[in-house]
Design a protein around this ligand. Structure first.
Ligand code: GLN
Length: 269
C-alpha cells in the first residue's frame, strides 16, 4: 500500500507504526512474529497507516523521532531531528575530548532541543542555555528537556537568539538555511508538515548566519568554539565568517553519508 503511494521507506514505516500500536520494539516484533492482534489494535494500525498514505511523516504519527540514540517528542511545530545534524554533536565531541569538562553551551534556535540534550547527555557536568523564538516550539523543547531530565541544567528562553548574553565555551545551531527560492523544491512532506520558519534562510540562505555571527562575536569565550549546521552548498560560510573576524576551523562530514550532504557542520572560533 505504502510502496504504491510513493513512500520512500514503506516497510520501515509500516513496521514502526505496527511497533507503536502494539507497544513493542523491533526485536520483540521479530521474535513474536505470529502474535495474535486484537481487532482494535488492527483498526488503529490501519488508521495510522492511512495518515501515512496521506503524506504525514511517520515521526508525526508516532509523535517521536530518534536522534543520537535518544527519543525526542516531535510535532509539526518543530523541525524533525535529522541524522545530518548529528554531525554537529560529533564535531563537538572531537573538539572537547574530556567528558567531564564543565562546558557552558548555548543552542541558538533549539527546536526540539535535540542538539543540546545530546551534548548534555555526553558532557554530564555541562550546562546549557537554549533560545527558541517560536512559542509552540518552546513547548516541545521544554517537554524534551523534562523527558530527558535536563531541566535543571538548561535555561530555556522563548526569545530571539539575538538576546543571547553571557560567555559560552560552545555555541551550536542548526539555523534555517534553505534559500527562499528553493523552498518549493523541498519534499512535500517537509514543506507541508514542518515549520517554514525553521527552514527559510532568506534570499541567499545566509540571513540567519549573519545574525549568529553577531552573537558569536559577543558571546563566545576567547577559547570557545561554534559549530553550525550548514547546507550542502554553503561552503562560502568560511568567507562570510572571516568578514566578521571569526576564525574558521573546518567542516565535518555528514554521518548519514548522503552525497548532497558532504559538509554539514562548520566549526568556528
Ligand atoms: N536539513 C533540512 C532540510 O534539508 C534543513 C534544515 C535547516 O534549514 N536548518 O530539509
Amino acid at each position: 500500500m505504502l510502496k504504491n503511494a510513493g513512500v520512500a521507506t514503506p516497510r520501515l514505516d509500516a513496521e514502526l507504526i505496527a511497533q507503536h500500536v502494539l507497544g513493542i520494539n523491533a526485536v520483540a516484533m521479530l521474535v513474536d512474529a505470529d502474535m495474535p492482534v486484537e481487532r482494535e489494535r488492527a483498526d488503529r494500525f490501519f488508521a495510522l497507516l492511512n495518515r501515512r498514505l496521506a503524506g504525514e511523516p511517520v515521526s508525526h504519527i508516532l509523535g517521536r523521532r530518534e536522534f543520537w540514540g535518544m527519543d525526542f517528542i516531535v510535532n509539526s511545530d518543530v523541525l524533525d531531528p535529522r541524522p545530518d545534524t548529528e554531525s554537529v554533536v560529533s564535531s563537538a565531541i572531537k573538539i572537547y575530548k574530556n567528558r567531564n569538562c564543565r562546558l557552558t553551551i548555548a543552542d541558538l534556535g533549539t527546536g526540539t532541543g535535540c542538539i543540546l540534550i545530546a551534548l548534555l547527555s555526553h558532557y554530564k557536568h555541562a550546562t546549557g542555555i537554549a533560545f527558541e523564538r517560536s512559542v509552540k516550539a518552546c513547548r516541545i523543547a521544554r517537554q524534551n528537556f523534562v523527558q530527558h531530565s535536563m531541566l535543571a541544567r538548561v535555561r530555556l528562553h522563548c526569545a530571539s537568539w539575538e538576546l543571547c548574553e553571557g560567555k559560552f565555551d560552545l555555541i551550536v545551531s542548526n539555523p534555517p538555511y534553505i534559500r527562499r527560492c528553493k523552498i518549493p523544491d523541498l519534499q512535500r512532506e517537509v514543506r507541508q508538515h514542518e515549520p517554514l520558519q525553521a527552514l527559510d534562510g532568506g534570499a541567499r540562505g545566509m540571513e540567519k548566519y549573519t545574525q549568529i555571527f553577531r552573537v558569536l562575536r559577543r558571546c563566545l569565550n576567547p577559547s570557545g568554539k561554534a559549530i553550525l549546521e550548514i547546507g550542502e552548498d554553503q561552503g562560502a560560510i568560511r568567507n562570510e565568517a572571516l568578514r566578521w573576524n571569526i576564525g574558521f576551523c573546518g567542516y565535518e562530514l555528514d554521518l548519514a553519508g548522503r552525497r548532497r550532504a558532504y559538509q554539514r557542520a562548520a566549526q568556528l572560533s
